[in-house]
Write a protein that binds this ligand. Sequence first.
Ligand code: ADP
Length: 484
Amino acid sequence: QRQQQISKELLKQGSYINGNWLQHTDTFDVINPANQQLLAKVAIAGANEAQQAVLAADNAFTGWAAKPAAERAQLLQSWYQLVMQHQDDLARLLTLEQGKPLSEAKGEIAYGASYLQWFAEEAKRLYGDTIPAPSNDKRIIVQRQPVGVVAAITPWNFPNAMLARKAAAALAAGCTFVVKPAQQTPLSALALAELAHQAGIPAGVFNVVVGTDAKAIGEVFTGHAKVAKFSFTGSTAVGKQLAKQCADSVKRVTLELGGNAPFIVFDDADLDAAVQGLMAAKFRNAGQTCVCANRILVQRGVYQAFADKLAIAVTQLNVADGLAAGSQIGPLIDGKAVEKVAKLLQSALDDGAKVLLGGKTHSAGKQFFQPTLLSDVSADMAISNEEIFGPVAPLMAFDTEAEAIALANSTEYGLAAYFYSRDIGRVFRVAQALQFGMVGINEGIVSNAAAPFGGIKQSGYGREGSKYGLDDYTNLKYLCLGGL
Ligand code: ADP
């Protein structure tokens, strides 16, 4: 019965290495977070397979890098088209293993594919530079070259898009690529590999290693001499560890880590727009994104009015299995995630916060959590300092603009921030003062392929997407032509 739910063509059950599908009997279970049913049994790969994948990527590198940019672009374009042709099946697979509502899953497939398309175009624009030399007998030429083999580790909250946006940039630049997706969500990554295969991406250029021993695979990716660059999206704790491991062989590193996004509503804001923006910035993916609003700071004069409007919107959220028609909030990824949200919530209540709405697990199933509104939250509570990663919106009051900025910046994280104001002076002052890599101004969704995604402080470094997105995958080479 479970097989009927999933397109056979896209259901792959083992790693994709050097153009081949790994098969063996030692498997791990992929579980639907909405109902804990078994979706698939996937062959376990470990350190050996990770090494094979790195060697395959290394073998493929010279040929891939030597292809004319237009050819790499054409292959990425074919991959993009295949992903869009299979959008519905890929979305269904994503919802089954990850839980998010099907409408959001479709959105993620299109969003992930948009990076394949974007970098297919950017592949052709890997421009260099010529620089006036200090004397007439010399010429200075700067070229961009692919760094080499890229190894990546990706998380479960966007199992398609987090992988696609790294792979697209790497392949466009002329790098070859090896990735380990999160254990909870390997199927979306393997389906992407199937479509890369169909698109004609040569063997060894794109490899997916799926397994249960993240540490062992991570050690190969961060330690192997043939890996030139490591790219990670996940928690700050794991990212720090992996960056340390990369230091031994001086690999280039991109880290996209946790966030603690402030969402500030000033007294001159359009409150209806702010509510709409917050609903998207907080409750998308049941609150499980690294750019989710984590602290909602509301100026005292509009605090009550905003809370009232927000409560109406939150009450209307439809919590259900992501495949059910009209579902807006799916399950959390696993039991551990539910426990973490419940624990943060309880500690906020112990410290004086009040529940306006929700506050408990939801009757839709044991991994569903009620959309929750908290008031009287303060900056010293654990919930204001840790990523909630669940559908809980904590409201905190402030009085002045300076206070809002200080509160917003008082975190070790610096990924996304949001604020709502219609005062043009304030818009520029606050945008300037916020210490974050991305700022949504009167906007709750900031990410798209044309814009640079990434953080500062302990949210990481490097940028994904945009014209800057190839920088992380290329080395500058300076040629000095003398004797003229
Ligand atoms: P999350 O909270 O999103 O699960 P993690 O940082 O734990 O964040 O996971 C992100 C990715 O990092 C996943 O693919 C996971 O398997 C991987 N991972 C977790 N721990 C390690 C580790 N010690 N070494 C390598 N990869 C790891």
